[in-house]
Ligand binder design. Structure first.
Ligand code: TMP
Ligand code: ASP
Length: 236
């Protein structure tokens, strides 16, 4: 499919206009960043793996009635998606304590939260994507009250579905980040990607980290971890 103007270049993806007004082409890159771009690197073959893994998860969610922007996998690194305006809120879902939650609240990494925690972050690189609450989101007009309710409800439904699917792959879904968008017709869709860049995934038995924390924390074996997740997903 012929790429036209590049609309957006993010840390891990590029988004292009194509010759239809209801879709975009997304290209997945090997580039990896952490800590709001302070740490930079590349993860070999990540673009292709994340493209395949995201498509796998989007198809799974669609089968379960959760609407996503996914249309078609075009090539190794290219996905065709529905055109949406991204809501500038990152929705983070947490089942087990890790990452910034451990730091912020002084909790030990690895402790089961007992109930699912949903957080909103304001998607703004210059501010370092700060944690916000519902009234901040409303005051900043990032979304309506109804949309915030819907984001939370969808995030919980997605968590249930992904947790069960990943359990079948002997993977623990520790936490993950979602982004949503609105089509020209006003339909709310899950957008962005679902991959080891945006999820923490631990081996259920050994609790070995099989996600981007291997890059963030210099643990080595980053490519192998992404490949292992993809291998297990294909077997499920
Ligand atoms: P955190 O513990 O660093 O706040 O991350 C929570 C989850 O969100 C984790 O699965 C990684 C994911 N995440 C992203 O996908 N993009 C980001 O920019 C950040 C900070 C986290
Ligand atoms: N991708 C994000 C960044 O560079 C953060 C992360 O995934 O840790 O800021």
């Amino acid at each position: 499919m012929q790429r036209q103007k590049m609309l957006y270049e993010g840390k891990a993806k590029r988004v292009y206009e194509i010759a239809r007004d209801d879709a975009y082409l997304v290209e997945f890159k090997d580039d990896a960043t952490a800590f709001n771009g302070e740490k930079r690197g590349q993860i070999a073959n990540k673009g292709a793996l994340n493209n395949q893994m995201s498509a796998h998860f989007f198809r799974l969610l669609e089968q379960q009635g959760i609407r996503t922007h996914y249309l078609e996998t075009l090539s190794d690194r290219e996905m065709l998606v529905k055109r949406v305006r991204i809501i500038p809120i990152e929705v983070v879902v947490r089942n087990i304590v890790a990452g910034t939650l451990a730091k912020r609240l002084g909790l030990a990494e690895g402790v089961d939260l007992g109930r699912t925690v949903v957080e909103f972050y304001y998607k703004d690189d210059a501010l370092g994507d700060p944690l916000i609450n519902r009234s901040h989101a409303l005051a900043l007009k990032l979304a309506t009250r109804e949309q915030l309710d819907e984001l939370e409800a969808r995030a919980l439904a997605i968590n249930e579905s992904l947790t069960a699917h990943l359990h079948a792959c002997q993977l623990l879904l520790v936490d993950f980040k979602l982004e949503f968008g609105v089509t020209a017709d006003g339909e709310l869709l899950l957008a962005d990607e679902i991959s080891p860049d945006t999820c923490r995934l631990w081996d259920e038995t050994t609790r070995e980290k099989l996600d981007k924390d291997r890059f963030r924390r210099d643990l080595g074996g980053v490519e192998q971890a992404y490949e292992e997740v993809w291998r297990r997903l294909q077997q499920a």
